[in-house]
Design a binder for this molecule. Sequence first.
Ligand code: NAD
Length: 396
Amino acid sequence: MAEIGFLYTEIRHAVRHLRRWMQPRRVPTPLAIQPAVSWIQPEPYGQVLIIGPWNYPVQLLLAPLVGAIAAGNCAVLKPSELAPRTSEVVAGLIARTFPPEFVTVVTGGVEVAQELLSRRWDYIFFTGSTAVGRMVARAAAERLTPYTLELGGKSPCIVTADADLDLAARRIVWGKFFNAGQTCVAPDYLLVERPVMQSLLERLKGCIQRFFGPDPAASPDYARIVNQRHFDRLAGYLRNGQVAAGGQTDRDRLYIAPTLLVDVDWNAPVMQEEIFGPILPVLPFDDLEEVIGRLRQRPRPLALYLFTRSATVRDRVFGSLSFGGGCVNDTLVHLSNPHLPFGGVGESGTGAYHGRFSFETFSHRKAVLQSLPLGDPMVRYQPYGRKLWLIRKVMR
Ligand code: NAD
């Protein structure tokens, strides 16, 4: 669903629509510069560098490549060193599929990424953490290289009292514990209107049981934490509140149970840093306006989810908060619609891709105006003198 299936959708969509995306696009020409025709002609940037993270190591490396190839670029891919087996597989696949001067994989860690970033590129596409994104932007600034940054952040999920709680519980548990919470757009924490807090918690627990069985460690559908450093970081968050469900850990097996955390303070570390794991803080609220006020003071997140039946609440929340993208009454799935741009805003990223937006991201929009041989109005040429009134009229 998240790696190969997603990619097939992206590839199919690009193959189906590429001919149209590639067409130069005619645009109007103002009267003052007539007779002429104008158009926008997409052209490839040239050589692009794509750096990927470990959490969806196939999709997040190859989906940008679909856009890069569609737009006509050559690409160097740098997969994450934290998913070494997948990196090997992807490197082999790319080597067997493309001539190396067209698409090449360079494997390695931070030093390799830094070495690559010190070279000249025509475009840099980075997916990863906000901290490293800042370094990428700095490196790009050295050579004034254009870039896209697909970063992370704390994506809130709001549930109002009128929401369909059964649906909310299913979709929140699915979206949060998919890949054990190691998803950039996973709901990071939950804000629930106080009167329905207890009933939602019961339903969330019920869904965890139903999806992963009485012992999620035995479920073939429940993932592990990527490494011990992340395991230790996540285990630390379990002390930031009361465990309402889950909480079991096994460091040797990098297992953390799907966990609901209540009695969490807004200032606790778990509410300050991106969680990126299977721990869901659930905080009650009394007043939606207070929630909006609070969220407006935080960095703009990559995603926001809202469960409500009210169009007024939807318009209020989506109209007053800025975030990369999101869903009403669902989680995660906005990113699998190739007709929607996917990307962050502010600290959660710069630029967007998927579908046509990928093609546009990897294309320079070259502006062309062709003068037509239909005469040459003398009004533009000096001396202006008595022609000024006409120039004013045309320019207005
Ligand atoms: P990361 O930033 O640690 O690493 C990403 C890539 O950058 C890796 O290939 C790594 O080798 C390289 N890198 C690491 N340190 C570097 C440095 N100092 N200089 C240059 N390159 C360096 O991110 P991660 O841990 O692999 O991924 C998790 C993060 O990515 C989370 O914050 C998550 O939210 C974010 N993310 C965002 C998206 C998105 O689409 N917006 C998708 C997945 C993950």
